[in-house]
Design a protein. Structure first.
Length: 256
């Protein structure tokens, strides 16, 4: 059954992640709502990106990584042996810190994942190409350059293209790991505007070091410190009336 906006889509229970003997996450418990933007903040190395990667099991690809606990997505534990990882990562997709377009044409970048999943109908692929580029406000900019190598685009265009490549697969959740860190303020503003639009249909979880960005774009915010989730709540509450003094110290710049 489809989870409606505002209902809980993801539930994390007693999540612990280890890299060898180092414990990166410690007993994380959290519920995330559908069709909302959740920002994860905290100093470097505090576990934000590790947590993000846990939500679609990308940590499985790291040698020595070990996970304990449960992550329920639409009521099913993603760490179950029955989980189809390819399908999980289609439904819970990720946009990385730096744009990573393939050295292919713009059109082939967007349709690449669809072809991997066995879609070869040309008319259908062209329809998805148009829809995906429209969704990230790139169609008008690139409709006459679809055969151009994607590496020739600006950094901001590349980031939107990578998002279009993800949207073509029709995910339900978009994980964004510092997607604006390599962009200038104007490009960052365009990505943030895009996030507002995408929230109407997708659940977005973003890691950011930019306090202003977290305050601007998110509905909920979680503050991580030394592998622990110190505080989680509505963004306005976190930034104006944090309950934990460690959260206040970080937000006000006294720590981190």
């Amino acid at each position: 059954m489809k989870v409606e906006a505002g209902e809980y889509l993801i539930e994390v229970r007693n999540l612990n992640v280890f890299y060898g003997s180092f414990q990166a996450l410690k007993d994380i418990n959290l519920k995330l709502q559908a069709a909302r933007i959740t920002a994860l903040i905290g100093p470097s190395g505090c576990g934000k990106s590790t947590f993000l990667r846990s939500l679609n099991r990308m940590n499985d690809l790291i040698d020595g990584a070990r996970t304990e606990g449960e992550v329920f997505f639409e009521g099913k534990d993603i760490f179950s042996p029955e989980t189809d990882l390819l399908e999980l990562r289609r439904r819970v997709g990720m946009v990385f810190q730096r744009p990573n377009p393939f050295p292919l044409s713009i059109a082939d970048n967007v349709t690449y994942g669809l072809r991997v999943h066995g879609q070869n109908d040309r008319a259908w692929l062209e329809e998805r190409l148009y829809w995906s580029l429209q969704a990230v406000n790139l169609w008008d900019e690139l409709k006459d350059r679809l055969k151009v190598n994607a590496l020739e685009l600006t950094g901001e265009q590349q980031q939107r293209l990578c998002l279009a490549r993800l949207l073509a697969l029709e995910p339900e959740v978009i994980l964004m790991d510092e997607p604006c860190s390599a962009l200038d303020p104007l490009a960052t503003a365009r990505i943030e505007d895009l996030m507002y639009e995408l929230k109407k249909k997708y659940t977005i979880i973003i890691v950011t070091h930019n306090m202003q960005q977290a305050a601007r774009v998110s509905d909920f915010t979680g503050y991580f410190l030394l592998g622990e989730l110190v505080e989680f709540g509505e963004t306005n509450e976190i930034f104006t009336k944090p309950k934990d003094p460690r959260t206040e110290d970080y937000i006000t710049g006294r720590f981190g």
